[in-house]
Design a binder for this molecule. Structure first.
Ligand SMILES: C[S@@+](CC[C@H](N)C(=O)[O-])C[C@H]1O[C@@H](n2cnc3c(N)ncnc32)[C@H](O)[C@@H]1O
Length: 217
């Protein structure tokens, strides 16, 4: 679970650095994600996984929200952003966290690639989703396209320079590249076999996928 130590160091400048290195694309994906989710479910109890600085909870603004992230520095920033909301912070890993109640929606935006054990993480989270509830995921996933290869080059060679300049953490960005796994859509979908897939689209640029799944039962 060492990538968390890196996130701890990046937390204070995470929002700015992410905006710059992604050219604002992550924010466009987030808006699209929220719009698609809201077509299925408008309110209820949310569990946002790998919640970082709390932007997903802020955008969805559900009645009751659990934010799950092992990084205390990220949680500190999220707490400040969400101080007027009904939020419970759970400082733990997706693979081991215990959530006090079952929820209507689980969101994992640029999250699951960070799990040390993807299968264990999704299986544990599934325990806390109500039947008929939604599991919504956006993740960078592999493809054979030239654009994907170029973006991997960008992330391993250029992002550490720009991100390092903004945060003063060049070495941390370089470490990320080695630590974070490249996964494909299938690695996620194989864990969702008790679910109906409502949406499964490739985002633009085609380096990430959006999946919305409804739990059967
Ligand atoms: C790329 S950020 C997530 C972005 C965020 N979901 C958003 O909406 O902006 C990755 C986050 O994953 C967290 N993380 C790392 N390992 C984790 C794990 N095993 N379970 C849950 N969160 C984890 C990190 O602490 C970090 O805050």
């Amino acid at each position: 679970m060492k990538n968390v130590q890196i996130y701890e160091k990046l937390a204070k400048k995470y929002d700015l650095a992410t905006k710059v290195v992604s050219f604002g694309i992550e924010e466009l994906w987030r808006k699209k994600f929220v719009k698609i989710i809201k077509k299925q479910i408008k309110n209820g109890t949310l569990l946002d996984v790998a919640s970082a600085t709390g932007d997903m909870a802020k955008s969805l603004d559900f009645e009751k929200m659990y934010l799950l992230d092992p990084s205390s520095e990220m949680n500190k920033i999220a707490k400040e952003k969400l101080k007027d909301k009904n939020v419970v912070f759970i400082e733990d890993f997706a693979e081991s966290a215990k959530i006090p109640q079952k929820v209507d929606l689980i969101t994992a935006f640029m999250a699951v690639r960070n799990f040390d054990d993807l299968d264990k993480g999704i299986k544990n989270l599934d325990k806390y989703l109500k039947n008929g509830g939604y599991f919504a995921i956006v993740e960078l996933t592999k493809s054979n396209s030239l654009l994907f290869k170029l973006s991997m080059f960008y992330m391993s060679k250029i992002v550490p320079i720009i991100g390092g300049f903004i945060t003063g953490e060049y070495e941390s960005y370089k470490k990320f590249d080695k630590m974070i796994k490249n996964i494909c859509d299938e690695d996620i979908l194989k864990n969702l076999d008790g679910y109906e897939i409502i949406e499964h689209i490739r985002l633009f640029p085609p380096i990430a996928s959006l999946i919305i799944a409804r739990k059967n039962g």
